[in-house]
Design a binder for this molecule. Structure first.
Ligand SMILES: Cc1cc2nc3c(=O)[nH]c(=O)nc-3n(C[C@H](O)[C@H](O)[C@H](O)COP(=O)(O)OP(=O)(O)OC[C@H]3O[C@@H](n4cnc5c(N)ncnc54)[C@H](O)[C@@H]3O)c2cc1C
Length: 365
């Protein structure tokens, strides 16, 4: 079992070590500021880092004994912490990767939930297992990838999924979901619906190809490859182009704390898109399966005048209207107030409701 180098390590001895039958180290009242990419201040009732299944089982057992819910946290790159969390926050740090099946040019891998996503993309590419290139440099862990069915440059995680392994949080029972049972959709899955807060994902089985098969349909990716004068792109070229594009386009959370795209791109009916296009001819439209149309939330936000605006300690990035940045505020509530103002003006101007992408925690019910 390998622990992720990117995973947090104790900087000082735990304030309270839960001993006796619990070997895992559980800290009470710990700050989560270092563990969310928006760098928001919030504390967890308890926090634990686990590096194998036994430690996870112990942590879950402890949470039940304390009557505390379990809250899985990866890199914290898709959460808004708006207040303290009355939960045992569990961070998984194991980075196991093994081949579980091989057939012709297809290979099935089982990767543990704590594995860093980008490192997985690099490891598979180096091993000659292709497919994940378009998803390079997405922050976060493998265990979080199924939650919102991560996607970028025309490819979504669901394309590779064979099964998702997890534990039922209430009982600790093992469960395995097939790709169909995960009900993947655009930035959505069963883990945001029926199974929300009910499952901690422990591993993911994905199938990749030994034969290079890059997806080059996304216009910005094609343009970037052309700019680099790559005539016959190989997976390594696609990987390099995606990494470069993302570095140029998206602010680095270490320098400008953010959670990536703050709103989903609205998907509307073809009739509605046509009507909007008539009124706003510059509106970009992307045809989706089933005849629906995706419109960019960034365009709507920019047209509504929010791009680059700052309100108190938070703001909208000047280079990317979909990215909200924390310029030094400790309060998730300030960020949510900005998000609410943006939603309101987009709704007023375009009659389109923006849906937030990150999950909000710490607001009183
Ligand atoms: C700069 C930047 C760029 C981004 N670009 C993209 C992009 O291109 N495409 C995209 O899809 N997303 C993107 N994101 C969003 C984010 O990277 C993904 O959603 C990622 O999968 C989140 O991983 P995480 O480990 O940080 O999850 P966290 O933020 O820690 O958690 C997110 C949610 O998943 C749950 N969760 C986490 N791990 C588990 C687990 N093991 N079991 C059960 N539930 C779990 C948490 O409880 C929480 O509800 C971006 C974010 C940033 C900051």
């Amino acid at each position: 079992m390998k622990a992720s180098p990117g995973c947090w390590t104790w900087s000082r001895p735990p304030a309270r070590v839960c001993c006796g039958r619990y070997a895992v180290q559980i800290r009470r009242a710990e700050s989560l500021k270092p563990f969310n990419t928006l760098s928001l201040q919030a504390s967890a009732a308890a926090l634990v880092r686990v590096s194998n299944d036994q430690e996870l089982a112990q942590a879950m057992d402890w949470s039940r004994s304390q009557g505390l819910p379990v809250l899985p946290l990866g890199e914290g790159s898709n959460v808004v912490l708006a207040g303290d969390l009355d939960a045992l926050v569990v961070r998984q740090c194991n980075e196991d990767l093994k081949v579980v099946a091989e057939e012709n040019d297809r290979v099935t891998l089982r990767i543990s939930a704590g594995h860093d996503w980008h490192r997985l993309v690099m490891r598979t590419l180096e091993a000659g297992f292709y497919g994940l290139e378009n998803l390079a440099l997405i922050p976060g862990t493998v265990g979080a990838a199924p939650i919102q069915n991560i996607g970028a440059y025309g490819v979504e995680f669901e394309r590779f999924v064979v099964a998702v392994q997890g534990l039922e949080m209430r009982t600790g029972e093992h469960l395995m979901l097939t790709a169909a049972e995960c009900a993947f959709a655009y930035r959505d899955s069963v883990f945001k619906g029926e199974l929300r807060d009910r499952v901690i994902i422990t591993a993911v089985d994905i199938q990749l190809s030994r034969r290079p098969q890059s997806d080059l349909d996304y216009p910005a990716l094609r343009d970037e490859l052309a700019r680099r004068r790559v005539a016959n792109p190989q997976p390594e070229d696609v990987f390099a182009a995606v990494v470069d594009l993302r570095k140029r386009r998206l602010p680095d959370p270490d320098k400008e704390p953010n959670a990536g795209s703050f709103f989903k791109n609205p998907v509307i009916s073809a009739e509605r898109a046509q009507a909007m296009r008539t009124r706003w001819p510059g509106l970009p439209c992307f045809a989706q399966a089933g005849g629906r149309v995706k419109i960019p939330a960034a365009w709507l936000i920019e047209q509504a005048g929010w791009k680059g605006r700052r309100v108190g300690g938070v703001g909208v990035h000047p280079g990317h209207a979909l990215v909200l940045v924390n310029h030094g505020s400790d309060s998730g509530k300030e960020l949510l107030a900005l998000a609410a103002s943006i939603r309101e003006s987009v709704s007023r101007q375009f009659e389109v409701t923006l849906e937030m992408e990150p999950r909000v925690y710490g607001l009183q019910a």
